[in-house]
Design a protein around this ligand. Structure first.
Ligand code: PMP
Length: 440
């Protein structure tokens, strides 16, 4: 219970007191390279003067005005900016306070859309195994992470889960990556047909899977086929870019790399970059119009939607990402990081795969490289790695996931976009030191 306050001194983590660029500093003065932005949050690093000034300025002018009565300048400006760069027909934005809220709003919007267009029998959700979409009940039901769901099963919606697109584990040797992607996508059509096409409301997926798999992009062609299947059966495509969005993969919206546009898109984490809690759901004009010309009202809401200070922070963050060329620099920084990780760990007997896109990188750890057999969960590899990394002055995100029944371990890296070549060296060396300390 390390995240319950006041802290329990028997298990408490260090007290963070300051953030400076790529580093976090604790109350003992120890510096940590923030190699994962917590969990892919701090894309601008810590102490960004422009974002803090924008927050202070907004606080001085207007801290809060409830969206039942008012809109606000920063919310309007941020929505315009997000839409200006958004793919497809995404043209309206609903601001919330984080990723789970964005996913909940997406599910309810999808449901209301079908009620409004007179297809009330559509209520089924299809998502993927080994996925995470948040911890509130709708989002938790949508996610396919068995461990997180286990004890809450009786409270969860009945969501169907198909296989993720996970080349390292599931591509057959005789298949090309493209053939594998088509086979993986076919599971969606099969499941829609099994459930009955008229009952299915939405398919939910992360373009690049973060926490549960460790930065796994889909293979080329997978999402194009998914889009076709959704269109064929009138199923809404909801993409969860809470972790992989906002430039993390080298594109402001991760789905751009896959050449698809969803009907609903969720973002959070990098949108506020840790400076304020903010998330958003973007939806297509078609969905917006159906509701606007129907009941005229999205039957949802929270007190803090469109919060002026949170949206002012988001506006300053997205402007910084675009105007300072930070998103544009992510791809080449990511390639350098990938090279550095491969040269230090590519031959390590327990490193099965190094993958990812942009500054979203994953390292999968295995007991046996040939068979890809994961470590026995009793070895608690992820927990040991987290400890070793913090000792080495590194924040990274080691996780244990379930790979179709078997536990597996990976490290997720999501460093700030402001990092330099020297930082890439420091980050990769600290990762290698931590892996070597735990696995030899
Ligand atoms: N979706 C994805 C893909 C995530 O990675 C997360 C958070 N790790 C969430 C949703 C939930 O976001 P939050 O923790 O802000 O509620």
């Amino acid at each position: 219970m390390s995240n319950v306050f006041p802290r329990d001194t028997r298990i408490s983590p260090p007290v963070a007191v300051r953030g400076e660029g790529c580093y976090l500093i604790d109350s003992e003065g120890k510096r940590y390279f923030d190699g994962s932005g917590g969990a892919a949050v701090s894309c601008l690093g810590h102490g960004d003067a422009g974002v803090t000034a924008a927050i202070k300025d907004q606080l001085d002018r207007l801290a809060f005005a409830h969206t039942s009565f008012f809109t606000s300048e920063p919310a309007e400006a941020l929505a315009e900016l997000l839409i200006q760069h958004a793919p497809g027909d995404l043209s309206r934005v609903y601001f919330v306070s984080g990723g789970s809220e964005a996913v909940e709003a997406a599910l309810k919007l999808a449901r209301q859309y079908y009620v409004e267009i007179d297809q009330p029998e559509r209520s089924r959700i299809i998502a993927r195994r080994q996925s995470y979409h948040g911890n509130t009940l709708g989002a938790l039901a949508t996610g396919g992470n068995e461990w997180r769901r286990a004890q809450f099963g009786p409270l969860l919606l009945d969501v169907s889960h198909i296989a993720p697109c996970y080349e390292y584990r599931f591509k057959a040797e005789k298949e090309t990556a493209h053939e594998y992607g088509q086979r993986a996508a076919q599971e969606l059509e099969d499941e829609i047909l099994r459930l009955g096409p008229d009952t299915v409301m939405a398919f939910v997926a992360e373009p690049v899977v973060g926490a549960t798999l460790g930065a796994v992009p889909a293979v080329e062609g997978y999402f194009k086929r998914i889009r076709e299947i959704c269109d064929r059966y009138g199923v809404l495509l909801i993409l969860d870019e809470v972790m992989c969005g906002m430039g993390r993969t080298g594109y402001l919206y991760a789905c751009e790399a896959d050449g698809v546009a969803p009907d609903i898109l969720c973002i959070a984490k990098g949108l506020g970059a840790g400076y304020q809690p903010i998330g958003a759901m973007l939806c297509s004009g078609a969905i917006y119009d159906a509701i606007a010309s129907g009941s005229g009202f999205f039957q949802h809401g929270h007190t803090y939607i469109g919060h002026p200070v949170a949206t002012a922070a988001g506006l300053a963050v997205v402007r910084a990402l675009l105007d300072r060329g930070l998103v544009a620099g992510v791809t080449s920084l990511g390639e350098k990081l990938d090279d550095a990780l491969r040269s230090l760990l590519g031959q390590h007997p327990h490193v099965g795969d190094i993958r990812g896109r942009g500054l979203f990188r994953g390292i999968e750890l295995v007991e046996n490289r040939e068979t890809k057999a994961p470590f026995d969960p009793s070895q608690k590899i992820a927990a040991k790695l987290k400890k070793a990394a913090m000792e080495a002055g590194l924040i990274c995100y080691p996780m244990s996931g379930t790979i179709d029944g078997q536990k597996g371990d990976h490290i997720l890296l999501a460093p700030p976009f402001i990092m330099t070549d020297d930082h890439i060296g420091e980050l990769s060396e600290k990762v290698a030191i931590s892996v070597t300390k735990v696995l030899g």
